[in-house]
Ligand binder design. Structure first.
Ligand code: DQA
Length: 139
């Protein structure tokens, strides 16, 4: 089973950025732990701060991988292009947010991606990525 985790803008700063919201763990060490927990899954990770690169990556894997776990960061609330990319591929996408976006500013309550994703997981910290992975494993 091939699964790709995609993180969007500013998520390269996890562990350094607004620790009160996103925690103090960097994503790379979390990702290594996740790979060790699920050794049978071919798990990959991609991060970009650029919307077009995120679109390109979804196109690249979106007809062959079994699942995409996607935290689009702030593009969640703005990007028709990413929503169209998700709609345009056959691989199911699970939207993840580390923080509970619904507890935060109003502009974070709107997601252009949720209507075209298989499901959404918000507010469980980094564990949200594991929960999304688990759902691909059991389904
Ligand atoms: C986020 C929530 C977004 O609103 C924000 O812009 C992020 C991170 C989250 O994981 O909680 O960059 O996607």
């Amino acid at each position: 089973m091939k699964i790709l985790i995609i993180n969007g803008p500013n998520l390269n700063l996890l562990g350094k950025r607004e620790k009160n919201i996103y925690g103090d763990r960097d994503f790379e060490s979390f990702f290594e732990e996740l790979k060790n927990k699920y050794p049978k899954i071919d798990l990959e990770y991609f991060q970009s701060n650029h919307e077009g690169e995120l679109v390109d990556k979804i196109h690249e894997v979106g007809f062959s991988y079994n699942g995409i776990i996607f935290n689009a960061g702030a593009y969640t609330h703005t990007s028709v292009a990413l929503a169209d990319a998700i709609s345009g591929v056959t691989t199911p996408v699970i939207e993840v947010h580390i923080s509970n976006v619904h507890k935060r500013e109003e502009f974070r309550h709107k997601s252009f991606l949720s209507p075209v994703c298989k499901g959404i997981i918000v507010g469980f910290g980094l564990d949200g990525y594991r929960l999304a992975l688990e759902s691909f494993v059991i389904n």
